[in-house]
Design a protein around this ligand. Structure first.
Ligand code: SF4
Length: 221
């Protein structure tokens, strides 16, 4: 298989429905993997996915002002992500969702919790240090501690967070600021699907996209 490299593609012709092989770049999956595209297409009709996928698509549509989009061709967004998450929960007709958050964003998690509960949702939440395990108790060398090696330093415990939310049988889980790596472990071990409300970026106030534009972040490679 030729690995896809969509991020380097200058044409983005798939967005316009173009499948003409002569127009697409050599690494293009739309050009190279016709059979796979058909296999994947069928999966969206499976009993397991059909409702989830249709709710996702409808949510996407409802995020824009319909009149502006249809009559004027303008894309006008209507609501922030946290409202999208709440609306999605309503669409899939669930009441119970999970919140897995970082201790460094406990205030943000509390605010998110309040808003989601305000939408009538039951929110089960687990902070990263749940279990109160010292870093050395989970096999980390004491020199991995950020502060003094002799003192207790709570380990992030994404497996415990996932297990708690698995046991609560949440319909999906929302990430608030888990560290890179810990977020992957949580996502891997969460039985429910995972979405992100806040992605942790310590240097930018949790706004990593700014590093792609700001001249003060241009030496990143
Ligand atoms: S699928 Fe093909 S046309 Fe679309 S972005 Fe990727 S490489 Fe470009």
């Amino acid at each position: 298989m030729i690995d896809p490299k969509c991020a380097t593609c200058k044409t983005k012709l798939c967005l316009q429905g173009v499948t003409d092989e002569d127009m697409l770049p050599s690494y293009c999956p739309t050009k190279n993997l016709r059979e796979l595209i058909e296999d994947v297409k069928a999966k969206y009709q499976s009993e397991e996915l059909v409702n989830f996928f249709q709710c996702s698509a409808l949510l996407e549509k409802e995020c824009y002002d319909a009149k502006a989009a249809r009559e004027e061709g303008r894309i006008v967004p209507l609501r922030p992500r946290i409202k999208e998450i709440a609306e999605f929960a309503k669409k899939i007709e669930t009441q119970k969702i999970g919140l897995a958050f970082c201790s460094g964003l406990h205030d943000e998690a509390s605010r998110a919790n309040k808003i989601l509960e305000g939408h009538g949702l039951e929110v089960v939440s687990a902070m990263c240090s749940c279990g109160a395990l010292d870093k050395t108790a989970v096999g980390l060398p004491e020199e991995y501690k950020i502060r003094s090696p002799e003192n207790f330093e709570a380990s992030c415990n994404p497996l415990m967070q996932a297990e708690l939310l698995n046991r609560a049988k949440t319909a999906f889980n929302v990430l608030v600021g888990l560290c890179v790596g810990h977020d992957m472990l949580f996502t891997k071990y969460s039985e429910a699907p995972v979405t992100t409300l806040i992605v942790k970026d310590r240097l930018t106030g949790h706004n990593p996209v700014i590093t792609l534009y700001s001249r003060y972040h241009k030496d990143l490679v």
